[in-house]
Design a protein around this ligand. Structure first.
Ligand code: CP3
Length: 341
């Protein structure tokens, strides 16, 4: 296949037009997503339905000139096969019934075979590939080991990771064993997504920013690197995204990923200047999509001018927000596609 803009960029090629995709591009800001979602009161059943997942994956590509599709799924689908039961409760987000709290809890977790227990992902990938053009790469993803483990330990979304840090300081042996299991299981699952047809792989470490640089080095980095070394064998580009992690950037850039997502808080030009040979992704403030179209165009052009001479994956600096108007998403993408250096 002729290499797409997206894959050229991942290979380090400077293209005059930059590829663009958005985190959570399949989601609640799209009316057609909300319509499908209404048919599945249970979010995890929605994700595990390959026809529905493929349909929702393709929806944003019908509307916008996007350079990649991202498989509709969730970072928490791996928990149930490990023996950690999770539910998505409207208004509350993910809820784990019996959070992981001790060495004993960790010993009791299942070793699972993602090719069997997450076989619906394979089917969703196959169905999606039938519906998108051969030139459009499909992205598979997992959460970072720290982030996924934090949901299991905290029992819900937590910005402070108090229980996770407590487990690490009280019982480091248990913590490390859990993270090691996460790294292995997530790495295996991510590399299977590549074997099943995904063209590039994303790791979303949403809560890495809750750690100090010193703790990140011990609590997260070795496990994300282990995940990467397993997934790398599949031979596909790997994009690492960490949220709120500007203070960890030097450590993060040592990971053997192909490209690094910067969140909206990062000073893009300073980071680019410091790292002339690294491929980055991002980082328009998602809330900026509530500004007038001219402001969105202006800020998008500002990024384009900074990355003009390098390979760069255009994206928001975190997930697209739920109430984002469709016209402004269109304006953001059009500005990128019409840009002439
Ligand atoms: O990006 C995409 O379009 C692909 C699909 C995708 C979803 N979740 C679908 C989803 C991806 C890549 C994710 C990743 C994910 N899931 C992350 C990492 C990215 C980030 O947000 O930093 C995290 C932390 C999760 C965990 C998660 N999933 C939470 C906390 C929630 C609830 C949040 C809420 O607003 O209710 C989800 C649910 C979820 N995952 C939704 C979508 C579209 C919303 C569900 C709905 O329709 O009600």
């Amino acid at each position: 296949m002729e290499k797409s803009l997206f894959l050229k960029t991942c290979a380090g090629e400077v293209t005059s037009t930059k590829p663009v995709w958005m985190m959570r591009q399949a989601g609640r800001y799209l009316p057609e997503y909300r319509e499908m979602r209404a048919k599945f009161p249970n979010f995890l059943e929605f994700v595990a339905n390959p026809e529905a997942a493929a349909e929702v994956t393709v929806q944003p590509l019908r509307r916008f000139d996007l350079d990649a599709a991202i498989l509709f799924s969730d970072i928490l689908v791996v928990l149930a096969p490990m023996g950690i039961s999770v539910e998505f409760i409207s208004g509350k987000g993910p809820q784990v019934k019996s959070p992981v709290q001790s060495y004993r809890d960790i010993q009791g977790l299942s070793t699972f075979d993602s090719s069997k227990e997450l076989a619906y992902t394979r089917k969703a990938i196959e169905l999606t590939k039938q519906q998108i053009s051969k030139e459009t790469p499909l992205l598979g993803f997992v959460g970072g080991p720290l982030t996924v483990a934090s949901y299991a330990i905290e029992g819900q979304t937590s910005k402070a990771l108090a229980h996770t840090k407590r487990l690490y300081y009280q019982d480091p042996g248990a913590y490390h064993e859990f993270l090691d299991k996460m790294a292995t299981d997530l790495g295996t699952y991510l590399s299977l997504q590549a074997d099943w047809g995904c063209d590039a792989l994303v790791i979303m470490d949403s809560w890495a920013g809750a750690l100090s640089a010193e703790d990140y080095q011990k609590m997260a980095y070795p496990y994300t690197q282990k995940l990467i070394s397993i997934a790398k064998k599949a031979g596909k580009p790997i994009i690492h995204y960490a949220n709120g992690a500007g203070h960890l950037i030097e450590n993060i850039l040592q990971l053997e990923a192909t490209a690094f997502g910067l969140d909206f808080r990062n000073d893009l030009s300073a980071t680019l200047n410091k790292n002339p040979n690294t491929i980055f992704q991002g980082n328009l403030e998602p809330a900026l999509l509530f500004a007038p179209v001219e402001t969105i165009q202006e800020k998008t052009l500002e990024i384009l001018e900074q990355v003009n001479n390098r390979p760069h994956l255009m994206n928001l600096g975190h997930c697209v927000l739920q109430e984002t108007p469709l016209e402004v998403v269109q304006a953001f993408i059009k500005t990128i596609k019409n840009y002439k250096a």
